[in-house]
Design a protein. Structure first.
Lengths: 156, 396
């Protein structure tokens, strides 16, 4: 005696499917948690990178002064300074190009149905968005955007 | 010397003794409780799972000074999580989870109420019951916290309140060690049946009975081939999976508030000590000052000597009272500082707790729907497989 509960499926198979659905939901939840932890970890890495950059700047400073002091004429020092300014400008140009590239990359990684400006996002949604943008693997990125949609109530 | 002069002299001596007594600080004996850890791996059948319910923050209905609701709410989540970590650290237990509500899938349930927590003193009432209904622990655990407990050079896995956690963990281990392997196994089995009876009472309710002491006893055990029981185990696994996930959220809150909470406790401890000393000093000075004044005024000696002593007593009494009022106003300043300190952490903790609550409600709400669905399906499967219809009484 096996009931089909009106769907053509037995209670036993519906039960097994339902367990599977639950497992998927929990797996999705784990992705959100991992994303949140990753974002927190990312912030720490960023802070570390900033600290390293500051430290590097501090090391570069005295070395530059030493090299200009060791120069024989004021002209060479001025030339060196000009060269530094030139290289700084080049670096700035590169940085602005990189920023434009990054923005393009971010735009590419945000699906069309997701608002670009993050309107109406809460903390969790923002963390999922950041994790999705940073994610290199397209499959995981798509799963993260699915979670984002689910969390924000966006129908695909 | 007349009786009157003697009386004034005694009062003067009292005032002098009092002031010299103030110089002697009270010595607090701090305890150091070590955590008992398993020296060998415990066999699986002797492992019990533990669920620690979120603690009762014990927030008074009316505003009570120096009890900050959001701090208490944060503690009601932080303390169970650190207790979970401590219990896991012992190696004596199976799974240990923080629970938002009671679960029939867990062998041993711990509940707690925060009585006092101000960085200096901590008192927590702990109750522990196993799934058969037997009480393991029901007592208040207290400790006075040493300044060194907040040292940045200490082992940072140890909470400043670690003594209390270790006492609870050691008590539970002691009780567990007094139980025979058979008894531990029976707790496990009754736990499984209670979980099954919760899901499908019509089938498993009769497997259990309660004795005169209201303790569950197993009347019979499910057959190894019981296919419904296998599905119950599948659901139990999902309950544990849900708890694992919820505990990830509790872990996030624990990590986020860990540092600000410790900072608050450390500063609050210092303020508590100063505040208590000032308050005590102010009260004693005022009382003794008043006593000296009254004593001097009522005395009516007529000699030059007694008159001088009377004036000295009046002067001493007034000075004592004046200094008492000074101390009282200093204590008031410290109290305000403690309030500010508490309010700052209060507002830091509040959004984190609200976020956690939202996540918990969302996750448990969705899981509850699934559990309802599984209950219905289990009933249907039972009928499909046995041909018997189930009536649905409650297990309790």
């Amino acid at each position: 005696m096996t009931s089909d509960l009106g769907s053509g499926q037995s209670a036993s198979s519906i039960f097994d499917e339902s367990l599977g659905d639950f497992d998927n939901e929990i797996a999705g939840e784990r992705v959100i948690i991992a994303a949140a932890n990753q974002t927190l970890g990312g912030m720490t890495s960023q802070e570390n990178a900033d600290a390293a950059a500051v430290q590097q700047g501090g090391l570069d400073g005295p070395l530059d002064i030493e090299s200009s002091e060791s120069g024989n004429s004021s002209t060479s020092a001025t030339a060196g300074q000009t060269q530094d300014e030139d290289s700084s400008e080049t670096e700035l140009d590169k940085a602005s190009e990189n920023t434009t590239d990054d923005q393009g990359k971010i735009k590419e990684r945000i699906p069309d149905d997701i608002p670009m400006d993050g309107t109406g996002e809460d903390v969790i949604a923002r963390q999922i968005r950041e994790a999705a943008i940073q994610e290199e693997d397209p499959m995981i990125r798509a799963a993260l955007w699915d979670e984002y949609r689910k969390h924000m109530g966006i129908k695909k | 010397m007349t009786t009157q002069s003697k009386r004034i002299q005694i009062i003067c001596s009292l005032v002098v003794c009092f002031f010299s007594g103030l110089l002697h600080a009270k010595t607090i004996q701090y305890e150091k409780i070590s955590l008992e850890r398993a020296q060998i791996e415990i066999p699986e059948e002797e492992l019990l799972d533990i669920g620690i319910l979120l603690f009762d923050p014990n927030i008074p209905d009316e505003d009570k000074e120096l009890i900050f609701p959001e701090i208490r709410k944060a503690e009601a989540r932080y303390i169970p999580y650190h207790l979970k970590k401590t219990l896991q650290d012992t190696g004596f237990w199976g799974g240990v989870w923080v629970l938002p509500e009671k679960s029939e899938a867990i062998d041993l349930i711990i509940s707690g109420r925060i009585e006092v927590s101000n960085g200096l003193d901590v008192s927590i009432r702990i109750g522990a019951w196993d799934i058969t209904g037997k009480e393991w622990v029901n007592k208040v655990y207290s400790s006075t916290i040493a300044q060194s407990s907040y040292s940045k050079r200490r082992d940072l896995t140890q909470d400043p309140y670690q003594n209390v956690y270790n006492k609870i963990a050691n008590d539970l281990v002691k009780i567990k060690q007094d139980l025979k392997q058979q008894q531990l196994q029976r707790i496990n089995e009754i736990g499984d049946i209670r979980f099954a009876a919760e899901l499908i009472p019509g089938v498993y309710k009769d497997y259990l009975s309660k004795n005169k002491k209201n303790i569950y006893e197993a009347q019979r055990l499910p057959d190894d081939e019981d296919s419904i029981m296998q599905r119950v185990y599948n659901i139990q696994e999902r309950e544990f999976l849900l708890l694992d996930t919820l505990n990830e959220y509790y872990a996030q809150l624990y990590e986020n508030i860990s540092q600000p909470y410790e900072d608050w406790r450390k500063l609050s401890r210092e303020d508590m000590i100063t505040y208590a000393a000032l308050k005590k000093s102010a009260r004693t000075r005022q009382i003794l000052g008043a006593a000296a004044l009254i004593g001097a005024i009522v005395s009516d000696g007529d000699s030059q000597a007694s008159s001088t002593m009377q004036q000295m007593a009046i002067y001493g009494g007034m000075e004592a009272m004046k200094s008492g009022f000074g101390k009282a106003s200093e204590a008031k300043i410290y109290k305000e500082s403690m309030k500010e300190l508490g309010t700052a952490f209060d507002s830091e903790a509040e959004p984190l707790i609200i976020e956690l609550e939202g996540q918990t409600i969302r996750l448990t709400g969705s899981a509850q729907e699934k559990f309802l669905e599984w209950r219905k399906l289990l009933k249907q499967i039972y009928t499909d497989e046995t041909g018997f219809l189930i009536s649905t009484p409650s297990v309790q």
